[in-house]
Design a protein around this ligand. Structure first.
Ligand SMILES: *Cc1c(COP(=O)(O)O)cnc(C)c1O
Length: 379
């Protein structure tokens, strides 16, 4: 096995996905797993389907194409507003897209008509986080135009929270989304199948909410892969937080002074830290760098500190464990680290199939087969 290596434990991802799907089903909310953090890898897609997902979502058409080519047949949702330059691929590979621009839906309609297929759209509503979405007062007027477009089916409405400004879902903005759904249905005499009220950060709201709501879908990535919910503390107990780990190899281990000597300028990245003398330290260099992963998103073992990094080197200081050349160090990852390591062609990916996927549920057989995908074989 080569390093740096991302270990992806399919058993844990399956467990997390199944638990979240089941918990939210009790609230009549479906979960559409979001595969963007693993670039739509078909192995992960199969695990998520096996865990009960009936639709998958990704932010990039290339990832969805990869799933299609990998034989994934469940409906697929593109959760970033399509680029006008990619409309043909979007219609070819995605069943549903999240949308906010009339011009884009017009082009989706034109291509869908040429291909004689129907394309589903979910209209995104701005509820305060100020990323994608139509202002609530403009939604009825927007749908009045969209409803006239051939080969477009208005599947529902949606919203996103906690992304740009961290604006959280609450009773007030969720009620507005429900009211808009009712208003659209009454105005146009249509039924909206999907009211998709956000990402992992909406899970706690759904679980806590009492009483009626039109919200019936969430698009969930982080909670499945990292076992935690952004914004607040984790409410679903029993999720694995170590389904994905990164292991790197020590290439130098020395006792050195903590203070550099010689004339000092900025480092290779234009940074100049303020330093103080911490005496003699036990330092190790790992073959891992900014080219491989977003270093600030790594969680080292308890008795180790990440002190610096460059494109290819990570410098750790250890207090208890003494590292030696050839030894491995395993890190936990946050969302930015998972995203960057997954997309890095220099990180090996090992998918651990701890169970057999045969499409039926409840057939988890423990085993330890693993597959090294990569570093360059991931696309
Ligand atoms: C990434 C994304 C999600 C999933 O977010 P998580 O925090 O990973 O659950 C949902 N919806 C949209 C529009 C996204 O871009």
């Amino acid at each position: 096995m080569s390093y740096p290596k991302l270990d992806i434990d399919c058993f844990k991802i399956h467990h997390n996905a199944q638990l979240i799907i089941e918990q939210l089903a009790l609230k009549n909310v479906s979960v559409t797993p979001v595969t963007k953090s693993c670039l739509g890898h078909p192995i992960i897609a199969r695990v998520l389907i096996d865990a009960g997902a009936s639709m998958l979502a990704d932010s990039r058409v290339e990832n969805i194409q990869r799933m299609v080519q990998g034989g994934i047949t469940v409906p697929k949702m593109l959760i970033r507003t399509p680029m006008l330059s990619q409309i043909a691929d979007v219609v070819a590979y995605c069943d549903i897209t999240l949308n906010t621009e009339f011009q884009v839906i017009q082009q989706l309609s034109r291509v869908a008509k040429q291909l004689n297929i129907k394309h589903g759209v979910i209209i995104m509503v701005e509820l305060g986080d100020l990323r994608e979405g139509i202002m609530p007062n403009d939604v009825i007027g927007f749908i009045r135009k969209v409803i006239l477009l051939p080969n477009i089916i208005i599947k529902g409405i949606g919203a996103n929270f906690s992304c740009r400004y961290g604006v959280a879902p609450d009773d007030k903005n969720m009620q507005l989304l429900s009211d808009l759904a009712d208003g659209i249905e009454a105005t146009f005499g249509i039924t909206l199948d999907i009211i998709s009220a956000g990402n992992s950060s909406s899970i706690n709201w759904v679980l806590d909410h009492q009483g009626g709501t039109r919200v019936n879908n969430l698009r969930v990535g982080e909670a499945i892969f990292l076992g935690c919910v952004p914004v607040e503390q984790n409410q679903i107990v029993g999720l694995y937080t170590d389904a994905i780990t990164l292991t790197a190899e020590v290439i130098e281990a020395k006792i050195k002074p903590s203070l550099p000597w010689g004339h000092r300028g900025a480092n290779a990245f234009g940074e100049k830290e303020n330093l103080h003398d911490r005496g003699i330290v036990s330092q190790a260099i790992l073959a891992l760098g900014r080219q491989d992963v977003c270093i600030t998103g790594l969680h080292p073992p308890d008795d180790m500190n990440i002190v610096s990094s460059s494109s290819d080197h990570l410098i750790l200081e250890t207090s208890k464990t003494s590292l030696i050349v050839g030894k491995n160090v395993q890190f936990g990852l946050d969302y930015s680290a998972v995203l960057s390591a997954m997309s890095s062609s220099s990180v090996h990916k090992a998918f651990h199939h701890d169970y057999k996927i045969n499409g039926s549920r409840g057939t988890i057989a423990l085993g330890s087969a693993s597959q090294d995908i990569g570093p360059l074989a991931q696309h």
